[in-house]
Design a protein around this ligand. Structure first.
Ligand code: HEM
Length: 402
């Protein structure tokens, strides 16, 4: 079906105040079958409101757009956030992006990250579980998942434990900068003022944390400018905390709703990575990313004029029935193959190995520490919801106190 020709379904986004409770998969499932590339007038993400916006819903089309960085620029990501985050890796293309990414990538390699597992990730989750284990009941979102990745990232960066909450507060205000510009700019400056003495201290005395690596990283004589260091640090919490905590909640809920799968995973922990990977495919926490066409081009037979904004629904791409049978089903035994939760191409998630490690450590710890874990039958049944970011808002559970 040629894009934009099906008018029987309303494909538009919900109003912002309904994004947290939205259930868009019905819309996207319909689009994949009937109108895989949606063209909308008057919803441009760019500064020129006259240009159309396109929404891409299938795996192959998403793959094409995300890999072809020459025809589909990521600059659109920088435009909105630059006043608050500064120099943003997510908004650069080509060599400039590659050089920046290479300088920070070392810290996020699977092998480099292993040291954090025992030093940081396990102690953080254990401390959070210590606080709830005697109670026999908890809201796992409020008390565990939402607190876990923030503390891990702060630990990796080298922010003192006592300052986690302040750092997280600035990160939230920076993220909401486009809606509340004055607060966003103030938080951006406050975070920089706070980090400056830490960065200067690491220049003279490296301590093995991420700050130390960033100030000393050098490839072919190139180093990160201060603007890039602060830009990267401002991006890390929004990119790595909300995304991972929501995915953690979705993975726990997938298991809690499927007692048979839960028993198998409890008995055989080598199945935890499969549970994590299937959750990322089935209910990614980041459902969409954006690009702008730099040239007149086609996506799936649909003409896309230069300058148009393109929303790539990676959540929908990971449920493409051309690639997975019964894609809306969560299936622990599914043959693994690449999904789109972490995107693809040059901007593929830098933190994906960290996210997977946190999720695997987190799931194992919850299963070890909270025996007889089950959903609280007296509370509302939790659901995964959200438009751009998805996860359960609450996860009320019961377990045997210990
Ligand atoms: C389940 C958790 C996560 C999900 C679903 C996720 C998803 C994504 C996606 C879809 C992108 C591509 C954006 C684009 O193409 O425009 C991305 C990029 C990125 N992610 Fe993640 N992410 C997760 C966790 C993390 C973590 C833990 C970190 C780091 C602490 C992180 C850091 C980044 C960075 C720095 C980029 C930009 C890479 C670049 O521009 O080259 N993410 N992520």
């Amino acid at each position: 079906m040629i894009a934009g020709m099906d008018a029987e379904m309303d494909y538009s986004a919900p109003p912002y105040d309904q994004w947290d409770s939205a259930q868009p998969y019905g819309q996207w499932d319909h689009a994949r079958r009937h109108c895989p590339v949606i063209r909308e007038e008057g919803f441009s993400l760019t500064e020129d409101p006259a240009l159309p916006r396109f929404t891409v819903t299938t795996f192959d089309n998403a793959d094409q757009v995300l890999r072809d960085w020459r025809s589909f620029s990521a600059s659109i990501n920088g435009e909105v956030m630059r006043p608050y985050m500064g120099e943003l890796m997510l908004g650069l293309d080509g060599d400039e992006h590659r050089r920046y990414r290479n300088l920070v990538a070392y810290a996020f390699r699977r092998s480099t990250l292993e040291r954090w597992r025992g030093e940081l990730v396990e102690p953080v989750i254990e401390t959070l579980l210590d606080a709830i284990a005697p109670a026999g009941r908890a809201d796992l979102v409020d008390q565990v998942t939402s607190k876990f990745p923030v503390q891990v990232i702060c630990g990796i960066v080298g922010v003192p434990t006592t300052d986690h909450e302040q750092f997280n507060d600035w990160a939230m205000r920076i993220n909401y900068g486009p809606l509340y510009p004055e607060e966003g700019r103030a938080a951006s400056q406050a975070m920089r003022d706070y980090l400056e003495p830490l960065v200067e201290a690491r220049r003279t005395e490296p301590t093995g944390d991420l700050l130390s690596e960033l100030v000393h990283a050098e490839i072919d004589g190139a180093r990160l400018t201060d603007e890039k260091i602060y830009g990267f640090l401002r991006l890390l919490l929004p990119a790595g905390a909300e995304t991972t905590y929501r995915a953690f909640g979705s993975c726990l809920l997938a298991l809690l709703e499927r007692p048979e799968a839960m028993s198998r995973v409890l008995a055989d922990r080598s199945l935890v990575p499969a549970a994590v990977e299937e959750t990322l495919r089935w209910e990614t926490s980041v459902t969409m990313v954006a690009r702008v066409a730099t040239t007149d081009i086609e996506i799936g037979g649909c003409p896309v004029p230069a300058g148009s904004s393109v929303s790539i629904i990676n959540g929908s791409a990971s449920r493409d029935e051309a690639r997975w049978a019964d894609p809306a089903e969560w299936d622990l035994d599914r043959e693994p193959q690449q999904h789109m939760a972490f995107g693809t191409g040059p901007h593929q998630c830098l933190g994906m190995h960290l996210a997977r490690m946190e999720l695997e450590v987190g799931i194992n710890a919850v299963l070890d520490r909270l025996p007889n874990l089950r959903l609280d039958p007296g509370a509302d049944t939790p659901v995964i919801s959200g438009y751009a970011f998805r996860g359960p808002q609450e996860l009320p559970v019961l377990f045997d106190p210990s």
